[in-house]
Design a protein. Structure first.
Length: 67
């Protein structure tokens, strides 16, 4: 059975995104506003794809820490 169905990939609303990332709803809005996380509006509601957020996090992990 395919686990990566499109509807499973979609996170609708700040609460869903916050739950996935382990941050607060307010932090999600800040990350979206500052264009830090990959997101988009769908019918006026903030949305993101799990797959896009995973790619974003993997890219961050590959960056030098600057220490």
């Amino acid at each position: 059975m395919a686990e990566n169905l499109p509807e499973r990939d979609l996170l609708m609303g700040a609460d869903a995104i916050a739950g996935y990332l382990g941050v607060t709803r307010r932090q999600v809005y800040r990350l979206v506003y500052d264009e830090i996380i990959p997101s988009f509006k769908l019918g006026g509601t903030v949305a993101a794809r799990r797959s896009s957020l995973e790619k974003w996090m993997m890219a961050l992990e590959g960056q030098p820490s600057g220490r």
